[in-house]
Structures are given as C-alpha cells and as structure tokens.
Design a protein around this ligand. Structure first.
Ligand code: UD1
Ligand code: PEP
Length: 428
C-alpha cells in the first residue's frame, strides 16, 4: 500500500495533458458488449476503474486487448454470466453491466456497485427504468437479479436527474422492441459520448443532451470505432490546481464549454483564463476573491469538482460558501483540510470557508476520489510536507498524477506505507 507525499510551496508552470473521460470510459466499456462484433475505443485513461471494467468484460467471455490507449473488445463470446461479487464491488460504474447485459441477454445478475462513499447513492431510478421496460428486478443477498421475457420500449420519467440511470436505461432500451422515451434525463457530456458510441453501433437515439431522449429499438448492434471525449473533471482539477498554485499553466485536450461553470467561478475569483483551441491557459496573477459555489446537474457546477474547489477557497480573501445539492454529505475532505490549518465551518450542509489561510503540511487521508484531489491541491499549497493515504481512490480517476504535477514543477512522490501506517489507515 502506498501513500503520496508532497513538498508544498512550488509554483507550477508549463503544460499538462488531459486524459479521456473516466465517466465516459466506464460506460463505454460495458456498452461495447451490446455489439455483435469488434469495438475499438480510442483515448482511454490509464486508471484503475478502466482496467477493472476490462477485467469484468473478460470474466464474462469478452476478448479485451490493449494497444496503448486504444482498447479492442471482441464481444462475440460474451455470455450472460452472473457478476455478483469481486470487482463489481470496487467501482460505481459496474452498474452499467445491468443495463448492457439486460439489453443483450434479457437477464443479468450484478452485485451492488461500489465507488466513492458520498452518502446514500440509491439506484432506484435505474430499477424503475428496467421495470418499465419489462424486467423483473429483485435484490437477493446484495446482488440485483434482472429478468425479462422481452424488453419493450416505454415512457420513463426520472424522478431524480441521474447520470447513471439515464445511461443504464439507454443501454437496456437500444435493443428493446419499440420506442423508449426518457424524460427528465441527465444532460452530461459523457451521456452524449455513450450515445455517440451506441449510434455508431447502429442504435437509433435522438435528443441526447436535452432532457428528453427518444430511442427506437433495433434488433442488433454492430462493431465500430469510437474516440472518447476529454475528461472535464480532470481538466477542472488542473484548472483549480493552477489557480491555487500556478504561475502560468496550459491545460491541453480540453473542451472548454464542458467546464463553463468552473471557469466562470475562477474568473469571478480574479483568475485570468485564456481559452484556445482545445486548451486553456490559467494565470492567477492577482490575490483571489472568495465566491459562493452551489453544485447542480449539468450544465451547473459539477459536484465532482466541489471538493477541489473548497481547497482553493482557503486561499481567497473573505468567506465563500460551498453547497453540494447533489451529494449533501460529500464533506469528508473538510476534517482533513482542517488538519492542514484550513478555517472551514459546516453549517446546514454547506461548507463555509474563511480565507486566506496558509495551509500547513500534515498527515491526511483521502476518503474518496475527489477528496483525494482536494488534498493533493492542499498539499501543493501548504508549507512543509503533506502525506496522503487512501490513494487507491485517487488512482481510480487520475492518470499519472505525480508525474503530471512534477512536470509542472511540483515535488510529489509515492512511498510504500510501513506496517504501523497501514494499521492506522485501516482503523481510520
Ligand atoms: C461513474 C459516474 O459517472 N459517476 C458520476 C455519476 O454518478 P451517478 O450516476 O451514480 O450519480 P447520479 O447522477 O445518478 O446521482 C445524482 C443524484 O441522484 C440521486 N439518485 C441517483 C440515482 C437513483 O437511482 N436515485 C437517486 O436518488 C443520487 O443519490 C444523487 O443525489 O454522476 C455523479 C453526479 O454528477 C458524479 O458525481 C459521479 O462522478
Ligand atoms: C464520484 C465519482 O466517481 P464514482 O461515481 O465512480 O464513484 C467521481 O468521479 O468523482
């Protein structure tokens, strides 16, 4: 087990390249099993969630070959094998095997998903959608059993705007008989990316990117080639990092429209941002002003950047209020930031950050992926050395984080934890 160490205080300069979107990748891989022949997906990130999903595809008979950042999936021998345990429990997106296997085989047995602990993360809207399409869904000893004689298109209104439910229902509906309409659908760019893959496979989907998606079922789907979109959350993390500790940082492979609410908030804080062709230049030349931030469904401010942004606010003048309306309990980074001298109060579900404070290096634990990112940014800003445990969460979503930061001038490294540290971490 490893930890990340950061010697803070170095000013960051230079270029950083963004990888393919984690939250697309983790849906594109299960979606590929719906095809009858070879699917190639280009630009995948080297992160543990992606490898775990590749392993799950192989467990059910898929042939998965990596050629650099391109994965080739031959789904011809995939069978409807139950996936009740093992890697499905490691990540959230294993739930996409429910929709994809139900769509392909009219049945699936998938363990309840893992992923970041952000408070309750129900999947009732996924199940509502599967049932509307004609499936019987039961929860037996922690695994979801889905069975249908045949899937039939239906009109499904989502009670909650959900990325996962929108994609999962699309995956199940593309081969259902007749028309499916998903109302109150989520509009995230990753949903459009998955619909693009499915359309290239021969699916008939209209309206993605709006809150009404219409799907006309087709009997079969073919193989295809697909290029993944850039990861807006990784790009946003580097934009926030640059605002916190940068001189001039250029972020390459960005669709800046995907980051509008984050760039707007950074500009409101006084950060200079130049938008170029697939790149952003971030240059925080002046003292930062605090802002309030409220997370919302896309195109609002993304919950996945709330924790990193909270860290940035510790450097700004005055008080900023951060409210996460998607995951009100996504606050586990706050205690760790306080250990580093941040002045943050939690009141009524909002984090009230008073600044500016000089953060100080400390031993802290990443409880989830973006809490990890927020602590890394804090470590870069802090005086002294910060030690972060729980970094397997960070590796779920950030490729070569230490290498990328060091290329910008940071001093970040990994070390093996000793037995006592592992014990402390496991008891924390
Ligand atoms: C793999 C992946 O893409 N993960 C992203 C996805 O997670 P995920 O797809 O799990 O998140 P959802 O969009 O489904 O969740 C949004 C909100 O809806 C609630 N909800 C969701 C489903 C449901 O059946 N019932 C229900 O009540 C959730 O508790 C949450 O409050 O979107 C989240 C919100 O942008 C991001 O933080 C995650 O990074
Ligand atoms: C919450 C996240 O991921 P997951 O849904 O995969 O746990 C995230 O990417 O911030």
């Amino acid at each position: 087990m490893q930890k990340i160490l950061i010697e803070g205080g170095h000013l960051l300069n230079g270029n950083v390249q963004v990888h393919g979107a984690k939250n697309s990748a983790v849906a594109l891989l299960p979606a590929a099993l719906l095809a009858d022949s070879h699917v190639a997906i280009e630009g995948l990130p080297n992160i543990s969630d992606v490898y775990d999903l590749g392993d799950l595809l192989e467990e059910i008979g898929g042939h998965v070959n990596w050629d650099g950042r391109t994965v080739h999936i031959d789904p011809a021998n995939i069978v409807s094998m139950p996936l009740p345990n093992g890697k499905v429990k490691k990540l959230r997106a294993s739930y996409y095997f429910m929709g994809a296997m139900l769509g392909k085989f009219n049945q699936a047995v998938i363990g309840l998903p893992g992923g970041c602990h952000l408070g309750p993360r129900p999947i009732d809207q996924h199940i509502k959608g599967f049932e509307a399409l004609g499936a019987t869904v039961t929860n037996e000893q922690g695994a979801i059993y889905l069975r249908a004689n045949e899937l039939r298109g239906a009109r499904i209104y989502l009670d909650v705007v959900s990325v996962g439910a929108t994609i999962n229902i699309m995956l199940a509906a593309v081969k259902a008989k007749g028309k499916t309409i998903i109302e109150n659908a989520a509009k995230e760019p990753e949903i459009i990316d998955v619909a693009t893959l499915l359309t290239n496979m021969g699916a008939k989907i209209k309206g993605v990117g709006t809150d009404v998606i219409r799907i006309e079922g087709v009997p079969s789907l073919n193989g295809c080639q697909h290029v993944i979109i850039p990861d807006r959350i990784e790009a946003g993390t580097y934009a926030i990092t640059a605002a916190a500790q940068g001189d001039e940082v250029i972020i390459d492979n960005v669709i800046s429209q995907h980051l509008e609410p984050v760039l707007a908030k950074l500009r409101e804080m006084g950060v200079r941002i130049d938008e170029g062709d697939e790149r952003l230049l971030i240059a925080p030349k002046k003292p930062l002003n605090s802002v309030d931030v409220k997370t919302l469904v896309y195109p609002g401010f993304p919950t996945d950047l709330q924790q990193p942004f909270t860290t940035l606010l510790t450097k700004a003048n005055n008080t900023g209020v951060v409210t996460d309306t998607i995951y009100s309990a996504r606050l586990k980074h706050i205690d760790e930031l306080r250990r580093m001298n941040a002045s943050i109060k939690v009141e009524g579900g909002s984090a009230i950050v008073s600044g500016p404070t000089q953060l100080e290096g400390a031993r802290v634990t990443a409880s989830d992926l973006r809490a990890g990112a927020s602590l890394v940014i804090a470590g870069l800003m802090a005086k002294g050395v910060t030690e972060i445990s729980g970094i397997e969460h960070i590796d779920r979503g950030y490729e070569q984080l230490t290498e990328k930061l060091n290329s910008l001038g940071a001093n970040v490294w990994r070390e093996e934890m000793n037995e006592q540290e592992i014990e402390q971490f496991q008891n924390s």
